[in-house]
Design a protein around this ligand. Structure first.
Ligand SMILES: Cc1cc2nc3c(=O)[nH]c(=O)nc-3n(C[C@H](O)[C@H](O)[C@H](O)COP(=O)(O)OP(=O)(O)OC[C@H]3O[C@@H](n4cnc5c(N)ncnc54)[C@H](O)[C@@H]3O)c2cc1C
Length: 432
């Protein structure tokens, strides 16, 4: 019978960071269902290319976690200045749209700037408390033009959820808020470069983003791959693992999606199960392409227009030349659905057409490799149901001394460093 003090469900960055903090101090097991560590921060090799689960860039903002990540990468890391753009009205303009309208046609610029100033002059452009719905929030904060030409179509494509019901708690760290002078200068004068959470980022020199998880996993004595937890009983301290049997634990850290975790927990009360069943998410399909003869130095672009099936497309080979064979480039192209399966063949044709239309690709024959990767639970939906469900679920977790952390365990829009931070914090709470 397998026994441990701490069972960690999931060997993504949150689980691996918790393990790192427990190493040598407490007995633990990470049960990871895949045969590789890293969760979404993993890299798949195909035909000489390294493909990530879409662009996974390190946005480092906290000293302790930055140090942990950079130490783990041990010099295998590069600091890169962002070159992100938006393609709209058949033109490129720098990101963020609201502060860099210079590339847009004169009529669009005028509509966006005057709409922004009109909204600003109402004196009601504060960030709000997060409960306001996105469609109203964006018009109030950015005005009609910026909303119509970018915020509404882009976010509708990304979230695949009605923007009249999407709430805005997630916006503060991710949506840059320029001042009026920045909007005007960005439209008629200089490029605004310092806005947004990712003006510079870090990325491994070799091995793709999976290099980070691999480095953490190498030092983890308790990582067990290929163990899928199928059911949990917190009161009895037992998790049942597929084709393996029970693991007995004293304390539990979950990093698997919160809705799945509650559903598989036998002793979760009915009210908690009902709350978890109300949580929603979208699904993202990433088409990775390897191509020859691509001459483009940007990192990624956003595509609000309905003529493009994807909301974002990036050039991973511009983060690191080591990701591709010599003379090749690699793209990641992200398409979202509300959960429905995507027809991959027709999506692929539409993607190539889109890449040609915006000039990222000249001919379909340039493509020499491809790999579709599916992220079934990609962006959790912020809505009234989430705001009502989380307090119910979290109160129950607290009463059971169980921690559910990470992007999906905590059911939030967060990034890799935050998962690492939550892993360290969860381990520290356990050792108190
Ligand atoms: C499209 C997209 C782009 C992103 N881009 C960035 C970016 O540029 N920068 C950034 O910082 N972040 C980015 N992120 C977010 C980043 O991927 C996450 O914040 C981070 O990787 C989450 O780590 P985690 O450990 O919390 O969760 P996960 O990576 O989801 O790890 C959870 C682990 O649990 C395992 N698991 C699940 N169920 C079970 C079970 N029943 N039994 C055993 N194991 C189980 C899974 O296999 C997985 O390995 C992006 C996310 C998406 C969707």
């Amino acid at each position: 019978m397998l026994k441990t003090d701490v069972l960690i469900i999931g060997g993504g960055l949150a689980g691996l960071a918790a393990a790192k903090a427990l190493e040598g101090k407490k007995d633990y097991i990470i049960a990871e269902r895949e045969n590789r560590p890293g969760g979404l921060a993993a890299t798949v090799k195909k035909g000489g290319f390294h493909f990530d689960y879409s662009g996974h860039l390190l946005h480092l903002r906290w000293p302790r976690t930055s140090k942990l990540i950079l130490d783990a990468l041990a010099g295998n890391c590069r600091r890169i200045k962002r070159d992100a753009r938006i393609y709209a009205h058949k033109s490129w303009t720098p990101y963020p749209f609201q502060a860099n309208l210079s590339g847009m046609p004169a009529k669009v610029k005028a509509e966006c700037v005057s709409g922004f100033l009109k909204a600003y002059n109402t004196g009601e452009t504060g960030p709000g408390d997060g409960s306001e719905v996105f469609s109203r929030w964006t018009r109030r904060v950015f005005g009609g033009g910026i909303s119509r030409h970018f915020m509404l179509p882009y976010n509708a494509k990304l979230w695949q959820y009605p923007l009249e019901r999407l709430t805005t708690e997630w916006c503060a760290p991710f949506v840059p808020m320029p001042r009026p002078e920045e909007v005007i200068e960005g439209a008629y004068g200089k490029k605004s470069e310092g806005l947004g959470y990712n003006t510079v980022f870090h990325y491994p020199k070799r091995g793709g983003i999976g290099a980070l998880a691999n480095a953490l996993a190498m030092k983890s004595g308790g990582l067990r791959l290929g163990l899928q937890v199928e059911s949990v009983n917190i009161k009895e301290g037992v998790a049942n693992v597929r084709h393996f049997g029970p693991i007995h634990f004293k304390r539990l850290i979950n990093t698997s999606p919160l809705n799945d975790f509650v559903a598989m927990t036998e002793d979760a009360p009915a009210a908690v199960k009902r709350a978890a069943a109300r949580l929603r998410h979208n699904t993202v399909y990433v088409l990775n392409l390897g191509a020859r003869g691509v001459r483009q130095d940007m990192h990624w672009g956003y595509f609000p227009g309905p003529e493009f099936p994807f909301y974002r497309a990036g050039l991973a080979s511009n983060f690191s030349k080591e990701l591709t064979p010599d003379g090749c480039a690699s793209f990641y192209i992200e398409l979202a659905t509300a959960g429905a399966a995507l027809d991959l063949a027709s999506a692929e044709t539409a993607v190539i057409k889109g890449l040609k239309a915006c000039g990222l690709l000249q001919r379909a024959s340039q493509v020499v490799e491809k790999l579709w990767l599916k992220i079934p639970c990609a962006y959790v939906i912020y809505n009234r149901e989430r705001a009502e469900a989380l307090p119910v679920i979290n109160a129950w977790l607290k009463s059971k001394k169980t921690q559910s952390i990470g992007r999906y365990g905590a059911w939030k829009y967060s990034f890799m460093e935050e998962s690492v931070k939550e892993g360290l914090e969860a381990a520290a709470r356990l050792m108190k």
